[in-house]
Design a protein around this ligand. Structure first.
Ligand code: ATP
Ligand code: ATP
Ligand code: MG
Ligand code: MG
Ligand code: MG
Ligand code: MG
Length: 257
């Protein structure tokens, strides 16, 4: 197309190419989900359908953006790890971030009815997003540890708080009772007052959710000699694991390669 006298305006756009050889983490978080969860009457402290909806959107993300190697989600947030070698969208930060946020949000709306067939979506879900870069796998692992520790601390606190509220305390009284308590005090409170063994609560609440590619051998057909012809099939899966220790990473060494 011929240059017009207006073309100079394009020069005001800023370069935002992310540096090479860095893992790209996109973390999105629901905007005002405290209110959003009230409006849609989420179970407290953990609405399992809402978590499964988030997980399903994350699976769609990993299927659609194939450079996403791992994702970790808890509550209204999800972190998507893009391969350090990704060349998608010229590694342009604004493209990657805006596509992640809008794709996730659209999936959330599209899939809402699958997880809440009885509930109308009354407010538009919004997510904010940010990008963080890490030049070493060790830092990516530490980032994930940080999120999973946060999941644990919040879940333990919220479980105590909501058990107290459900037993008749006001929100303020519950917060007062929990002020200054240590992890073991909270476990004790749950067990003594409510007969709950914290460690027996579902993994999805205590550990959050991991989304990654798994490989399974699959028989495609039988050849002329009657031997099975197998193919390694890739599928995106969800699991609730400890990602602080080495166990999961030793079993899936290809993820952060
Ligand atoms: P901000 O816009 O600053 O992120 P926010 O209200 O979303 O504000 P967060 O710190 O992100 O605050 O917390 C998310 C809140 O959403 C939680 O405190 C909880 O009340 C609610 N929430 C999110 N997911 C669930 C869920 N699966 N079950 C129950 N409540 C949930
Ligand atoms: P990219 O992802 O790079 O933006 P794109 O396919 O969206 O690729 P654009 O340059 O943004 O490319 O052009 C948008 C295209 O979408 C148009 O070329 C046209 O084919 C189609 N399109 C968008 N809006 C309309 C519309 N209202 N009616 C018909 N076609 C439309
Ligand atoms: Mg936020
Ligand atoms: Mg939020
Ligand atoms: Mg949050
Ligand atoms: Mg376009």
């Amino acid at each position: 197309m011929a240059n017009s006298k207006y073309e100079y305006v394009k020069k005001f756009e800023m370069e935002d190419k992310l540096p090479p050889c860095n893992w790209i983490i996109v973390r999105i978080d629901g905007w005002h989900f405290h209110g959003f969860s009230d409006t849609h009457e989420f179970d407290k402290p953990n609405d399992e359908n809402a978590l499964n909806l988030m997980n399903s959107c994350a699976v769609s993300m990993a299927e659609h953006f194939t450079d996403i190697v791992f994702a970790y989600g808890v509550s209204d947030e999800y972190s998507f790890i893009w391969s350090e070698r990704s060349q998608s969208y010229g590694r342009r930060a604004s493209k990657i971030l805006s596509l992640c946020v809008s794709y996730f949000t659209s999936m959330y709306v599209i899939k809402w009815k699958d997880f809440f067939p009885q509930k109308d979506l009354k407010k538009p879900p919004c997510f904010d997003g940010r990008i963080v870069l890490y030049p070493r796998v060790k830092m990516v692992r530490d980032y994930l540890c940080w999120r999973q520790v946060d999941c644990h601390i919040n879940n333990q606190y919220n479980t105590c708080c909501w058990m107290l509220i459900k037993s008749g305390k006001s929100e303020k009284e519950a917060q007062e009772l929990l002020k200054g308590t240590l992890a073991k005090d909270k476990n004790e409170l749950l067990f003594q007052q409510f007969g709950i063994n914290y460690n027996e609560l579902p993994d999805i609440f205590r550990k959050g959710s991991c989304v990654y590619k798994d490989y399974a051998e699959e028989m495609v057909k039988v050849d002329a000699c009657g031997n099975p012809v197998k193919r390694r099939r890739e599928r995106v899966v969800v699991g609730h694991f400890d990602i602080i220790g080495d166990g999961f990473w030793d079993e899936h060494p290809y993820i952060l390669k």
